[in-house]
Ligand binder design. Structure first.
Ligand code: NAP
Length: 810
C-alpha cells in the first residue's frame, strides 16, 4: 500500500449523500446536542445514548460475541461463517468523552470495520469516569492490548476520546518497549483535553459537541488531584499531562497512523495539529479530512456514502502495515489465489458466489490492482473503452473518460474489492516463492518469501502475463550513473523537469509516456527499434448525463454490448483481405499523414511489418510529440549505454540524465519467480521448457487442481481481456465443483487433450498475422504463446462447460 504522509481533503459528492447528510445533521442536532451538556447528569446521558444507538443499522453477516480480554470486558465483531484469511485483530476504543459510550453504542461502526478490514474487532468496554477517572481507561486499554498482541498484529483504533486513548496507549506501549501496534486509526481524536486544546473554537457546522460539555467531561476524567498535590495542582495542570493529552507528548517512534475527521467539528483543529506533530516527529501519518462532515460521521456507514468511503479508505490504509507486521504463520484454505489483479478478484467473487468462502488472495505488491497497481507511469491508461473494461456484473457509472486512466481503473478494482468484502481475504506484500503439490494429501503447499506457509487443495494462479518488467539487453545498462526507471516500476518522486530524458521503446507503454514526458523534460530522446501501427484514439470525456444514464443497468449493459460487438468486429482486421483490415490500414495511413507532415519523419514512423502483428496502438498525442523542438526520434540502433548517455551505431553520443526503459515484460518466462511443482515433483519450468502452454490457457497436465487465469494463449489484441477472465473463472469453478461434488481428490487435464489442443492452436497461429514479426506475443523459436487466435465468442463458447472427458478425476 502506498502509505503517504499526506493531508487529503475529500469533498463528498452525490445528491443522495447530501440529502442523507442534511437529515442526519438535523437529527443529531436535535437529539444529541441538548443532551451532551453539563446540565444533564452523566447517567442520563449514558441512558439516552444507549437508547438512540438501538436504531443504528447494523450490517449483515457480522456476529457479536461478548467476551473479556486481559480481564477487560468487551465484544468481538467478526464476519459470520468466514475463517479469517490473515493474522491480526483490531482493538477498538469507543468515544464518549471518557464518561459515556460502550461497545454497543459504537457497534454500527465497529461492525463495518470488521467487514471492511476482514479483521476480528475487539471493542473494549473500558472503565468510565467519573466513577473511574484516569488512569483506569488507560490501564484497561493497555491490559487488553497486552493480551491481544500475543495473537498477532494489533491495530489500535478509536474515535474521539477513544482516539485520544488509543494514542495514549500507543505511547505507553512505546515507552514500555512492548511489541508495537501495526498501525493506529484515529477518528476525530480528542488528544488535547486542556482548555487551550482548541475545543473553544467550535465551527458553525458542529452538530453535537460543545466546549462546556467537553471541559466538564475532561475534568471528570482527570479526577480529583492526589491529596499531596492538591494545593498546587488545579486540575487544569493534570489535563496538560501528556498521559491525558497525548498531543503534548513526544510522538516519535509511533507506528503508521491514519487520522480522519470532518471540517464541521470541534476537534477538526486537533486532528490537523496531531497530523503535523506526527509528521514533525517522523511518523508515517496520513490525515483525511472530509468536507462538511461532523464528529465521527463514520458512525453512519450503511446510510451515508461518505462514511462508507472513509471506512473503506481506512481498510486500505491498514492492509499494508498489517501485512508487514504479521509474523510468519501456517494456514489452511480451500483455495489459494495468487495475485490481486482483475483476474484474482474476479475469481474471488466467483468463489463467493459459488459458496466457497474459505479462500485467500496472496499479493506480492503493497496494493491490489495487478498491472494497474504496477503501472503508474505518466499517461498510463487503458486502450479498451472503459465500459468494456469493467466486469459484466459490476458496471462502473463513474468513469470520467472513455479510455480510463490507470489510477481510475485501480480505484475501480479497489471499490469492487470493498463491495464484495474481499479486503479481509487479501494478504498484501506476500510473495509466493514455491508451490508444491503433495499427491498423498492432494493439497498444494505454498511458501512465501517471508516464511509464511499455506496449504489448499486448489491453486488459482492469476499472476497475469505482464508482471515481470523486462530490461533491455543493451551493453552498459548497469553502468548508467543517472536515474534509471522501468515504466512498470515508475518512481513518481523522480523529477524530470529541466532534465535530459531518454525513452527506449515505442510500444503501447512508450506511446502513452512520450507526450507527458515531452511536456516536462528539457530534452527527450525516443529510441525506436521498430515503428508501430498507430490508430486514432476515439477518446471523449464522459459528461454528467453520461454518468447519470450509466447508473441505469439496461443502458450500461447496452453500451457495454455495443462496444463488445464493435471490438469483436476488429478481430476481422487481423485477417488478410477483409474489409475491416482495409479500413484499418487506410485509417492508420491517414492518421500518420495528418499528424506527421514531414515526409522524412513519416518514413521513420512507418511500420515494416503487417498491421496487428504487434499490439496496435491507439494514440492522438504520440506522433505530434515529434514536432516539438525538445523531442528527437532516434531510429539509429543503440550500440551501448554509457555512464552518462546513449551511444548509437553511427557513433553519436547523446548525454542524458534519466533513462526510461519502456521495454515491456518478460512473458516467455511466465511464473518464473515461483517454483511450481506438480506430480512427481516435476516443475512447471520443466514442463514449459519449449515455452508456456496450457489447455484452454488454464490447465497443465501433471499439475492437478491448478488453474491458470490469463495463462498462455489467452491474450487478445482486439478486445477486453476481462471477457476472457470471466469465462476462465466460470470454467475453473466448474472444475472445482466437479472435484468436490464427485468426492474426488483432484482434477488433471489429460496429456493427449492438452497436446491436441495446443497443436491445433499453433497450427492456426503459424499462418496468422502474429507469426510475421518479433513481439511479446511470440518466443524466439517462433511459437506464439500469448494470443488466442480466434474471436472472443469462440473462446467463451469453448469454456462454457468443462469437457470432463478431457480430464482425469482422481
Ligand atoms: P512492448 O509492447 O513489448 O514494447 C517494448 C518496446 O521496447 C518495443 O518498442 C521494443 O522494440 C522495445 N525494446 C525492447 N527491447 C529493446 C532493446 N533491447 N532495444 C531497443 N528497443 C527495445 O511493451 P509495452 O509497451 O510495455 O506493452 C506491453 C503490453 O502491455 C502491450 O502490448 C499491451 O498489451 C499492454 N499495455 C496495455 C496498455 C493498455 O492501454 N491496455 C498500455 C500499456 C501496455 P521492438 O518492437 O523492436 O521489439
Amino acid at each position: 500500500m502506498r502509505v503517504g504522509s499526506a493531508l487529503e481533503i475529500y469533498e463528498p459528492s452525490g445528491i443522495a449523500d447530501g440529502l442523507v447528510a442534511w437529515i442526519l445533521r438535523r437529527a443529531l442536532r436535535l437529539l444529541l446536542r441538548p443532551v451532551f451538556s453539563p446540565k444533564r447528569s452523566i447517567p442520563f446521558q449514558r441512558r439516552w445514548l444507549h437508547a438512540l444507538t438501538r436504531f443504528a443499522p447494523l450490517p449483515r453477516g457480522i456476529e457479536v460475541v461478548r467476551d473479556s480480554v486481559g480481564e477487560v470486558p468487551g465484544e468481538w465483531l467478526r464476519q459470520r461463517g468466514v475463517a479469517p484469511a490473515k493474522a491480526g485483530v483490531l482493538l477498538y476504543l469507543h468515544g464518549g468523552a471518557y464518561c459515556l459510550g460502550s461497545p454497543a453504542t459504537h457497534r454500527a461502526l465497529t461492525a463495518r470495520l470488521a467487514l471492511a478490514t476482514g479483521l476480528p474487532v475487539f471493542a473494549a468496554d473500558y472503565r468510565l469516569a467519573p466513577e473511574h477517572p484516569f488512569p483506569a481507561a488507560l490501564n484497561d486499554a493497555l491490559g487488553t492490548y497486552r493480551a491481544l498482541q500475543t495473537q498477532g498484529p494489533v491495530v489500535l483504533a478509536g474515535d474521539s476520546a477513544g482516539g485520544g486513548l488509543a494514542l495514549s496507549v500507543a505511547l505507553a506501549i512505546r515507552d514500555a518497549h512492548l511489541p508495537p501496534p501495526a498501525a493506529l486509526y484515529l477518528i476525530s481524536p480528542w488528544v488535547d483535553l486542556s482548555p487551550e486544546g482548541g475545543v473553544a473554537r467550535v465551527p458553525r457546522g458542529e452538530v453535537m459537541l460543545s466546549a462546556p460539555w467537553a471541559g466538564d467531561c475532561a475534568r471528570h476524567y482527570a479526577g480529583p488531584a492526589p491529596a499531596e498535590t492538591a494545593i498546587i495542582d488545579s486540575g487544569q495542570n493534570r489535563l496538560e499531562q501528556p498521559e491525558i493529552s497525548p498531543l503534548r507528548a513526544r510522538l516519535g517512534g509511533l507506528p503508521p497512523t491514519l487520522i480522519q475527521a470532518g471540517t464541521d467539528e470541534m476537534l477538526y483543529g486537533q486532528a490537523t495539529e496531531l497530523h503535523a506533530a506526527l509528521q514533525a516527529a517522523g511518523v508515517v501519518a496520513r490525515c483525511e479530512i472530509t468536507a462538511h462532515r461532523w464528529h465521527v460521521f463514520q458512525m453512519h456507514g450503511g446510510i451515508l456514502r461518505s462514511a462508507d468511503e472513509a471506512i473503506g479508505r481506512s481498510a486500505r490504509f491498514l492492509m499494508g502495515p498489517i501485512a508487514a507486521a504479521a509474523t510468519p504463520a501456517h494456514s489452511h484454505h480451500a483455495v489459494v489465489i495468487l495475485g490481486a489483479g482483475m483476474s484474482g478478484l474476479c475469481m474471488a467473487i466467483g468463489l463467493q458466489r459459488a459458496g466457497i468462502r474459505d479462500f485467500v488472495i496472496l499479493e506480492q505488491q503493497d496494493g491490489l490492482g495487478g498491472t494497474w497497481w504496477d503501472n503508474t507511469y505518466p499517461g498510463a491508461h487503458v486502450d479498451v473503452p472503459a465500459p468494456l473494461y469493467s466486469f459484466s456484473f459490476e458496471a462502473n457509472p463513474d468513469w470520467s473518460d472513455r479510455f480510463a486512466s490507470a489510477s481510475e481503473i485501480q480505484a475501480y478494482m479497489q471499490k469492487v474489492a470493498e463491495r464484495y468484502r474481499l479486503l479481509g481475504r487479501i494478504r498484501l506484500a506476500t510473495r509466493i516463492t514455491a508451490a508444491d503439490f503433495d499427491a498423498s494429501t492432494a493439497r498444494w503447499h505454498f511458501t512465501t518469501a517471508r516464511g509464511d506457509t499455506f496449504e489448499a487443495p486448489f491453486f488459482v494462479c492469476s499472476a497475469g502475463p505482464l508482471n515481470q518488467p523486462r530490461w533491455p539487453d543493451i551493453p552498459g545498462l548497469q553502468d548508467f550513473q543517472g536515474t534509471r526507471l522501468h515504466s512498470a516500476r515508475w518512481d513518481s518522486s523522480c523529477n524530470l523537469a529541466a532534465r535530459r530524458v531518454a525513452v527506449i521503446g515505442t510500444g503501447s507503454t512508450a506511446c502513452q509516456l512520450v507526450a507527458p514526458l515531452a511536456r516536462e523534460a528539457r530534452q527527450l530522446y525516443v529510441f525506436q527499434r521498430t515503428a508501430n501501427w498507430v490508430m486514432p484514439r476515439l477518446d471523449r470525456r464522459y459528461t454528467a448525463l453520461d454518468r447519470l444514464l450509466a447508473k441505469f443497468p439496461p443502458y450500461a449493459a447496452l453500451v457495454r454490448w455495443i462496444w463488445m460487438q464493435t471490438l469483436e468486429l476488429m478481430r476481422r482486421g487481423f485477417d488478410e483481405g477483409t474489409w475491416v483490415r482495409r479500413g484499418l490500414l487506410t485509417l492508420a495511413a491517414s492518421h500518420l499523414k495528418r499528424q506527421v507532415p514531414q515526409a522524412s519523419l513519416r518514413a521513420k514512423l512507418t511500420p515494416n511489418y503487417p498491421l496487428g502483428c504487434k499490439r496496435i496502438i491507439y494514440s492522438n498525442d504520440f506522433f505530434p510529440s515529434f514536432s516539438l523542438p525538445n523531442v528527437e526520434l532516434v531510429t539509429e540502433p543503440i550500440e551501448r549505454i554509457t555512464a552518462y548517455g546513449i551511444v548509437t551505431a553511427d557513433g553519436c553520443d547523446r548525454p542524458i540524465d534519466v533513462l526510461v526503459c519502456a521495454t515491456g515484460f518478460d512473458v516467455g518466462h511466465m511464473l518464473s519467480s515461483v517454483r511450481v511443482r506438480g506430480l512427481q515433483g516435476r516443475s512447471l519450468r520443466e514442463a514449459w521448457n519449449q515455452g508456456p502452454e496450457a489447455y484452454h490457457g488454464i490447465s497443465v497436465p501433471g499439475f492437478p487442481n491448478l488453474f491458470l487465469l490469463l495463462g498462455p494463449n489467452t491474450g487478445t489484441g482486439h478486445t477486453s481481456t476481462l471477457l476472457f477472465i470471466e469465462a476462465q473463472v466460470r470454467y475453473a469453478i466448474a472444475c472445482i465443483r466437479a472435484v468436490r461434488s464427485g468426492h474426488h481428490r483432484w482434477i488433471d487435464v489429460r496429456a493427449q487433450a492438452f497436446r491436441e489442443h495446443n497443436d491445433r492452436l499453433q497450427t492456426r497461429l503459424s499462418g496468422s498475422v502474429w507469426s510475421h514479426c518479433r513481439s511479446w506475443y511470440r518466443l524466439e523459436n517462433g511459437r506464439v504463446i500469448a494470443l488466442f487466435p480466434g474471436y472472443t465468442r469462440e473462446y467463451v463458447r469453448a469454456l462454457h462447460r468443462p469437457n470432463l472427458g478431457d480430464f482425469e478425476l482422481v
